[in-house]
Design a protein around this ligand. Structure first.
Ligand SMILES: Cc1ncc(COP(=O)(O)O)c(C=O)c1O
Length: 544
C-alpha cells in the first residue's frame, strides 16, 4: 500500500508513512505502539533494507482503530463451530498441559479435551491416504525421487509425479493460473464426468482453497446490499450465515423437516420465498447442503429435483455444497449430485448451478491442505462468470498443494495400478469405520431420555434433538443463558468433550440440539459415547 492510497481520512497522521529518504531510497515507516500509551509511538524505519527503531511522537488520536470503528459486518459475523465453547476448550487444554508439565493432577474430571466440534478428521487421529501423500511429497521435493530414493514409491506414483512436473509450470512453488493449473482441472473434470455420466468442461472448474473460498466468491459477487437474499437450509453450516453477514446480504431460512429425516418441504420453501419477496427481498440464490451439515441427512432424489425445478422456475441460482459426497453411510443409498439432477432433467439451459467439493472431508480429510473446487454449469450470465474469475484473480491462485490433492481425490488410482490395492483398503477401512461409529453414536443417543437423534446417513455429525426439562429452561431464562449453549458448556466442563450448540446452526424456534462429530477413533468413540450418556443422565436427574 502506498502513502497515497492510505491518505484521505487522516492525511496528517499517515502522509509520512511512505516517503523518499534523503538518499533517494524508499523508506517505509511502520507504527508500533509502545508502553508510553496511545499518543506516542515507536516507529520502525526500514532504510535500504536495514531496520532502525526509533521513538517519535505521532498523533494517533484521530486514527485510533477500535472494534467500534472497524467493519461492523465482521463484528456481527458469527461462526459457532469455532465459537466461545471452543475458546474455553483451548483454555482448559492449556491448563491441562501446564498441570501435566508440573506433575500436578488435572483439576477437571478428565485429562484431555476431545474436539468433536468440527469435521477435522486428522486432528482426531485419522491417517492421511498414502497415495495422496506420496504424490504430494515426491512432487514437492525432487530429491525424494533421485539417487535411488524412488524405490520408496510405487511406479504409478512416480509416473504421476513425472506427469505433474511436466505440466505444472514452475512447480508447486509458483503461482498458477487463477482458476488452478489446467492439467489438475482436467483431472477434476475427468472425476466429475465419471461420477455423473455427463461430460464436465475444464473451463467450468475453479480450484479453490477449500469449499469456503468458493462460497466467499459467490456471496461477494451476488450481494449488493441487504435487499439481496439467499435461501439457506436451517439448520445450516454457519459459513453461509457468516458470509451473508460479512457481505451485507439477508439470509432467508427454509427449515428442514426433522421428523422426516431432515427432508425438504417444497411448499414451505415456496412460502419462505414468497414472504421474502413480499418483504422486498431479491432472492438471488438457494444453498443446498447435501449430505447435510449439521443434520447428517441425505436428500432424496425427489427433493433434489424439486429444488432444481423450483430454482429454474423462479430464476434462482443453485449453490450446491457437496463436500460430504463421499461420506455416505445409509445402506442402499448413494450420492447424487445436483449437477446430475439438473442435466438429467434438462434444466441446465434454465438454471445456473455452482457446486462445491472439498479435500477436507470424504475419506481423505485433508482439511489443513486447503483444497477443493467450484464448478459453474448451466445458465450463468457470462459477465457474472467474468466477475467471479476476477475475484479468483485478485486472490492470485489457490495453493498448489491443495490443487494437486484435489486432482488426486477426483482422479485416484484405478484397479490394476500398483497403488490401487492399498488405496482401496485405506479408503474402505476409513469409510466403514465411520459408518460403524455413526451407527453406534446415534443408536446410543437414542436410548437417552429426552433425546431423539435422526440417522446420520452421511457427513460426519450426529445432531440430536434435546427436550430439556422445564425447570432447566426456566433456570436458563432467568440467568439469560441460551439453553443448548449452556448444556454444551457444562458437557465440556464435565467431560472435556467439545460440541456445538444447535443455536449456532439455527434451529426451529423452541427446539434444542447439539452437534457432535463421530470422528474420534473407534476406541475413543466408545469412551466419548459413555461420557456423553453419563453426563446426560446426570443432567436429567438433576432437574427431575
Ligand atoms: C457443509 C460444509 N461446507 C463447506 C465446508 C468448508 O470446507 P473447506 O474446508 O473445504 O473450506 C465445511 C466444513 O466443515 C462444511 O461442513
Amino acid at each position: 500500500m502506498t502513502g497515497q492510497n492510505v491518505m484521505g481520512s487522516d492525511a496528517k497522521t499517515l502522509q509520512d508513512n511512505t516517503c523518499r529518504s534523503p538518499i533517494g531510497t524508499r523508506r517505509r515507516v511502520r507504527a508500533r505502539r509502545t508502553i508510553d500509551g496511545p499518543e506516542r509511538e515507536s516507529v520502525a524505519i526500514e532504510r535500504s533494507g536495514r531496520r532502525v527503531f526509533k521513538t517519535t511522537s505521532v498523533d494517533m488520536g484521530a486514527s485510533k482503530v477500535t472494534v467500534e470503528s472497524v467493519n461492523q459486518a465482521v463484528v456481527r459475523a458469527e461462526y459457532a463451530v469455532r465459537g466461545p465453547i471452543v475458546a474455553k476448550a483451548r483454555e482448559i487444554e492449556q491448563e491441562l498441559a501446564e498441570c501435566a508439565k508440573n506433575g500436578k493432577p488435572s483439576p477437571y474430571g478428565f485429562d484431555k479435551v476431545v474436539y468433536c466440534n468440527i469435521g477435522n478428521p486428522q486432528q482426531l487421529g485419522q491417517k492421511p491416504m498414502t497415495f495422496f501423500r506420496q504424490v504430494s511429497a515426491a512432487l514437492d521435493w525432487e530429491g525424494l525421487t533421485q539417487n535411488g530414493a524412488c524405490a520408496a514409491f510405487p511406479s504409478d506414483v512416480l509416473t504421476r509425479v513425472k506427469n505433474l512436473r511436466e505440466n505444472i509450470s514452475g512447480g508447486t512453488g509458483a503461482y498458477s493460473e487463477s482458476k488452478g493449473v489446467r492439467c489438475l482441472r482436467e483431472a477434476v473434470a475427468k472425476g466429475i464426468t465419471a461420477r455423473d455420466g455427463f461430460e464436465a468442461n475444464v473451463d467450468d472448474i475453479y480450484l479453490t482453497d477449500g469449499a469456503s473460498a468458493g462460497c466467499h466468491y459467490l456471496m461477494n459477487v451476488l450481494i449488493r446490499d441487504d435487499t439481496d437474499a439467499v435461501l439457506c437450509p436451517i439448520p445450516q453450516y454457519p459459513l453461509y450465515s457468516a458470509a451473508l453477514t460479512l457481505y451485507g446480504g439477508t439470509l432467508v431460512p427454509y427449515y428442514m423437516d426433522e421428523e422426516t429425516g431432515w427432508s425438504l418441504n417444497l411448499d414451505h420453501l415456496k412460502k419462505q420465498t414468497e414472504d421474502a419477496r413480499a418483504a422486498g427481498k431479491n432472492v438471488r440464490a438457494l444453498v443446498v447442503i447435501n449430505p447435510g451439515n449439521p443434520t447428517g441427512n441425505l436428500l432424496s432424489d425427489e427433493n433434489l429435483l424439486e429444488i432444481a425445478q423450483f430454482c429454474a422456475d423462479e430464476g434462482i441460482i443453485i449453490i450446491s455444497d457437496e463436500v460430504y459426497q463421499e461420506n455416505i453411510y445409509a445402506e442402499g443409498k448413494t450420492f447424487k449430485s445436483m449437477r446430475k439432477v439438473v442435466f438429467e432433467a434438462g434444466l441446465d439451459s434454465r438454471v445456473p448451478l455452482a457446486s462445491f467439493h472439498s479435500i477436507s472431508k470424504g475419506y481423505y480429510g485433508e482439511c489443513g491442505r486447503r483444497g477443493g473446487f467450484m464448478e459453474l454449469v448451466g445458465a450463468w450470465d457470462a459477465g457474472v462468470v467474468e466477475q467471479i474469475l476476477k475475484l479468483a484473480s485478485i486472490a492470485l491462485c489457490p495453493n498448489l498443494v491443495g490443487q494437486v490433492t484435489t486432482s488426486l481425490v477426483m482422479d485416484p488410482p484405478v484397479e490394476g495400478e500398483p497403488s490401487y490395492e492399498l488405496y482401496a483398503k485405506e479408503r474402505d477401512d476409513i469409510l466403514s469405520s465411520l459408518a460403524r461409529r455413526a451407527k453406534k453414536l446415534v443408536s446410543t443417543l437414542n436410548t437417552l431420555e429426552g433425546v431423539v437423534c435422526q440417522e446420520a446417513q452421511g457427513a460426519m455429525y450426529a445432531f440430536p434433538n434435546l427436550t430439556f426439562p422445564q425447570k432447566y429452561l426456566d433456570e436458563c431464562t432467568a440467568a439469560g443463558k441460551v439453553a443448548d449453549a449452556e448444556y454444551c458448556t457444562r458437557l465440556l466442563l464435565k467431560t472435556g468433550i467439545v460440541t456445538v450448540p444447535g443455536s449456532g446452526f439455527g434451529q426451529k424456534p423452541g427446539t434444542w440440539h447439539f452437534r457432535t462429530t463421530f470422528l474420534p477413533s473407534e476406541e475413543d468413540i466408545e469412551t466419548v459415547t459413555v461420557q456423553l450418556c453419563d453426563f446426560h443422565r446426570e443432567f436429567m436427574a438433576q432437574y427431575k
